[in-house]
Design a protein around this ligand. Sequence first.
Ligand SMILES: CC(C)(COP(=O)(O)OP(=O)(O)OC[C@H]1O[C@@H](n2cnc3c(N)ncnc32)[C@H](O)[C@@H]1OP(=O)(O)O)[C@@H](O)C(=O)NCCC(=O)NCCS
Length: 206
Amino acid sequence: MPRLLLIGAGGHGRAVLSALRDAGWPEPAGVLDDGGGALPGVPCLGPVSRAAALWRDGLRAAHVALGRNALRRDIGESLLAIGFALPPILHPSAVLARDAALGEGGVAMPRAVLGAAARAGPHAILNSGCIVEHDCVIGPACHVAPGAVLGGGVRLGAGVLIGLQAGVGPGLRIGDDAIVALGAAVVADVPAGATVAGVPARPLPG
Ligand SMILES: CC(C)(COP(=O)(O)OP(=O)(O)OC[C@H]1O[C@@H](n2cnc3c(N)ncnc32)[C@H](O)[C@@H]1OP(=O)(O)O)[C@@H](O)C(=O)NCCC(=O)NCCS
């Protein structure tokens, strides 16, 4: 477990720091945050633009702890281009099937479940208590929020947000950058860019 450079000192950053400590990672080398935010006990090393200089100084691993999917993906990809490793982070109470995979830059928070043969792409957030059932395929930079449940074989495109305690029926497809509102019950495929809400889930205008 290398010392990580963290990006993002907001709420998700605090949650990731807590997961790292629970999992026995070394204390992070520092945190970069464009808003000047701080994480308890972690040195503030400046804005995100300092990442390349810190790599030249010898830091080699990082994690982007930002909740916004597109920003997390863009910064994560720029760190990979610099040469940083983005090792996935697993809270010790997360459950990953032996044949499940969590991509680089991903995090599985407390009690998240990634079922048999499920795949989560790079920069994924599997948030507290979510269940991603067997054979699901999650595209890059998705966020499955706390308590959300994906039935078996669900496929998410890139940058999808599945909101708090939402459910997606088995085998359904959710297109790129779609948003499933908190508490929604998705019973049909969702097109790219759509926002759906309610039980059963229907498109929200706009
Ligand atoms: C769907 C969502 C993106 C809409 O946000 P928004 O664009 O700011 O929309 P508004 O709050 O202005 O609401 C617009 C309309 O949708 C309705 N609506 C919003 N969220 C809803 C939900 N979860 N279920 C049903 N209806 C909802 C509102 O009541 C409102 O209806 P009205 O026009 O009849 O008054 C947001 O409510 C949501 O669910 N975000 C996900 C949050 C989440 O789980 N984050 C993860 C945290 S870890």
